[in-house]
Design a binder for this molecule. Structure first.
Ligand code: PLP
Length: 393
């Protein structure tokens, strides 16, 4: 291994969301934080160098997105996912969640129905409801430890006011990588009914098990022209604090509406460090990413093995992608308040409560394993001890 993912870096007192907000989020500062989706690994050296180089210029004035940015995005997508995009399909966003909100504001109207598939990344909900759109849930089905799309339910929920499907691919929190068949079925329905597909593919570079991520828009021209995709280097290369992400659509009218929204609120100019980091990451990141995925894969194997041997009541839904693991804790027989107490106060772990992702997440917890193995091992030992104690009562 060329890169050292075992290194422990103290992130405290760096205005670090994950560590420095523990008191606010969990009511105590001593939990091992394994919640928000960033990693405890060093941001790669080639990214840091690119930032240093930019800083060395010594003037940090207004900037704009260059062709180098668009080219880095296009080259990365072709190389990693076989998706060929044109430079003029690319737009900027200061984060994927801002993009989701801006896309909904620019492509839908108040009262429009927007479909989500819970349990799902919870900022999807206010992106719909806080703008007066109507959230329609098409819950995923959990069968034999795998989540699946319920297409019959989806078809039943469509009305003439259904304007958009907000799709998470790969899926957070379940870690699902959707198959070509799933994508064809979903997009087939959308094409037939003229429903816009907002495809959040922020986790698409984090494939753990050799599955293939298929960009939704790559399915064909009819699908591409109904799809608006969000990606970012932020999860993949651990640079979420730079607030830089990418919106892609081949639909000129979608692109125009989105760009206008961005310009109207004056955030299209972007962030010069974000631009430098994105280009460095996408132009030089393959080797580092290969090693990262190997390391996370090892962490996942360790966790699965540990749980099955020591805490068989907690069953992980094995993620095909992402460094988040969706833990099915229902066999512990605790309600959600007691489950949270077990994790936070008894085990000293700061995980994400399953119910954040919708009521379908009741009895689940999401654990971030993007950390040195020694931290994961410590977390699992703490959990084992707490469960053993709890089972005595
Ligand atoms: C599916 C999904 N979309 C978006 C984000 C966050 O995106 P950003 O930080 O760029 O707003 C996350 C972070 O966990 C996520 O899981």
């Amino acid at each position: 291994m060329k890169y050292n993912f075992d290194e422990i870096i103290n992130r405290e007192n760096t205005a670090c969301y994950k560590y420095d907000l523990r008191k606010e989020i969990f009511g105590r500062t001593d939990v091992l934080p394994m919640w928000v989706a960033d990693m405890d690994f060093r941001t790669p050296g080639f990214v840091i160098e690119a930032l240093r180089k930019r800083l060395d210029h010594k003037i940090l004035g207004y900037t704009f997105r260059t062709e180098g940015f668009n080219k880095a995005v296009a080259t990365w997508l072709k190389k990693r996912h076989g998706w060929e995009i044109k430079n003029n399909w690319v737009a900027f966003s200061p984060g994927v969640v801002p993009a989701l909100n801006l896309i909904i504001l620019s492509l839908t109207r108040p009262g429009d129905r927007i479909i989500v598939q819970r349990p799902v990344y919870f900022p999807f909900f206010p992106a719909i409801e806080s703008h007066g759109r109507v959230l329609v849930n098409n819950p995923l089905k959990l069968t034999d430890g795998r989540y699946q799309i319920d297409f019959d339910d989806l078809e039943k929920k469509l009305t003439p006011n259904t304007r958009m499907v907000m799709f998470c691919s790969p899926h957070n929190p379940t870690g699902n990588v959707w198959s070509r068949e799933d994508l064809q079925k979903l997009t087939g329905i959308c094409v037939k009914k003229g429903i816009i597909i907002l495809s959040d593919e922020i986790h698409s570079d984090l494939i753990l098990d050799g599955s293939k991520h298929i960009p939704t828009a790559s399915l064909g021209k009819d699908v591409s022209d109904l799809t608006i995709t969000c990606i970012a280097p932020s999860k993949t290369f651990n640079l979420a604090g730079l607030s830089t992400s990418v919106v892609i659509t081949s639909n000129g009218s979608f692109k125009k509406s989105y760009d206008k929204m961005l310009e109207d609120i004056h955030v299209g100019g972007g962030n010069l460090f974000g631009f430098a980091a994105l280009e460095a990451a996408y132009n030089s990141g393959e080797e580092w990413l290969g090693e990262l995925l190997g390391y996370i894969g090892e962490n996942l194997r360790f966790l699965v093995d540990f749980l099955s041997k020591n805490i068989p009541q907690i069953k992980p839904v094995i993620p095909q992608a992402t460094y988040m693991v969706w833990l099915d804790c229902r066999q512990l027989g605790l309600d959600d308040t007691a489950l949270k107490k077990l994790m936070v106060d008894e085990a000293g772990l700061g995980l994400s409560d399953g119910t954040l992702f919708g009521p379908e997440g009741s009895g689940f917890q999401r654990m971030n394993i993007g950390c040195p193995k020694s931290i994961l091992a410590e977390a699992l030992e703490r959990l084992k001890k707490a469960v053993v104690e709890r089972m005595k009562h």
